[in-house]
Design a protein around this ligand. Structure first.
Ligand SMILES: C[S@@+](CC[C@H](N)C(=O)[O-])C[C@H]1O[C@@H](n2cnc3c(N)ncnc32)[C@H](O)[C@@H]1O
Length: 277
């Protein structure tokens, strides 16, 4: 059977199991196992060998049981960077590209940036990609995330230093008062919201998702000690948290703004360190 027909059958199977975007999912998985792209998939006449058919069938089954597509292919694109992902590490979302864009608007070309809770390294690596002169750091409490982020930095040959530990505490002491940008997509789902999330989201690490406003609150308290005069804190927020985030940042930051994502929902809060802070 030609791959194009395999895609049609697989997409029917995924649809019957309630998987979102079944055709795109079938195409992405089969392209991954055949080591080709979408065009190559449809151009190919030759059928699947037994081993590929078995691996593909198993992946379809796992996807139906809530395993995220990115854990099956091991990759997720973020801007133009194809990032390695792995179970145990948060999969970067397109909304976080908005966080990076908003952060870059207030970040000097050769500045120093720290991405707190870097996960795969997505935001840190994108900042370094767009600002090659910058000095960029990432931190994460998860050892798996640190390992994956370091591998992604080498994969793209981007000099980003990734450190293991809580928030800003693993940074070298000489960065105190010298950071121009603290950026973060912290865990912001509440315990109650977590219970309502789809299985494929709950397949991602709990600590990467659930945090309510705790991490945001701590960053508002701890970031000022690391920021240079005029430095910025730029955070991703849950769509219903705009007002609360504005109130929190206003304690220590000026020029506080809540900014929307492409769908018009509150997604980013940013503020500039108050000079008396
Ligand atoms: C929502 S994920 C975001 C990952 C990545 N920045 C992204 O946008 O794809 C949150 C990340 O914060 C990390 N994290 C949670 N609490 C932390 C803490 N106290 N200090 C450092 N990292 C933390 C988690 O391990 C996870 O990788």
């Amino acid at each position: 059977m030609r791959p194009a027909e395999v895609v049609t059958r697989a997409s029917d199977y995924l649809a019957r199991h309630g998987v979102e975007s079944p055709r795109e999912t079938a195409e992405a998985l089969l392209a991954y196992f055949l080591e080709t792209d979408r065009a190559g998939l449809y151009a190919r006449e030759e059928g699947l060998d037994t081993r590929t058919a078995r691996l593909f069938g198993r992946a379809l089954c796992q996807r139906c049981h809530g395993v995220p597509l990115q854990y099956l292919t091991g990759e997720q694109q973020f801007f133009d960077l194809v990032l390695g992902v792995a179970p145990g590490v948060f999969v970067p979302r397109p909304e976080t590209e908005v966080l990076v864009e908003r952060a870059l608007e207030v970040f000097p070309d050769a500045g120093t940036a720290v991405d707190v809770g870097t996960g795969t390294g997505a935001a840190a690596l994108a900042i370094k990609r767009f600002r090659p002169e910058a000095s960029v750091w990432g931190t994460d409490l998860s050892e798996d995330a640190v390992r994956v982020a370091r591998a992604n930095a080498s994969r793209h040959d981007l000099a980003v230093e990734v450190l293991h530990g809580d928030l800003l505490s693993p940074l070298p002491a000489d960065l105190r008062g010298a950071v121009d940008l603290v950026v973060s997509n912290p865990p912001y789902v509440t315990r109650e919201e977590y219970d309502t999330l789809p299985a494929e989201v709950r397949a991602e690490p709990y600590e990467a998702l659930v945090g309510s406003t705790d991490v945001t609150r701590r960053l508002v308290e701890e970031a000022p000690a690391w920021l240079a005069p005029g430095g910025w804190l730029v955070l991703e927020i849950g769509a219903t948290r705009g007002d609360e985030a504005r109130r929190l940042l206003s304690r220590r930051f000026d020029r506080v703004e809540v900014l929307p994502d492409l769908a018009g929902r509150d997604r980013v809060v940013r503020g500039c360190l108050r000079s008396s802070s």
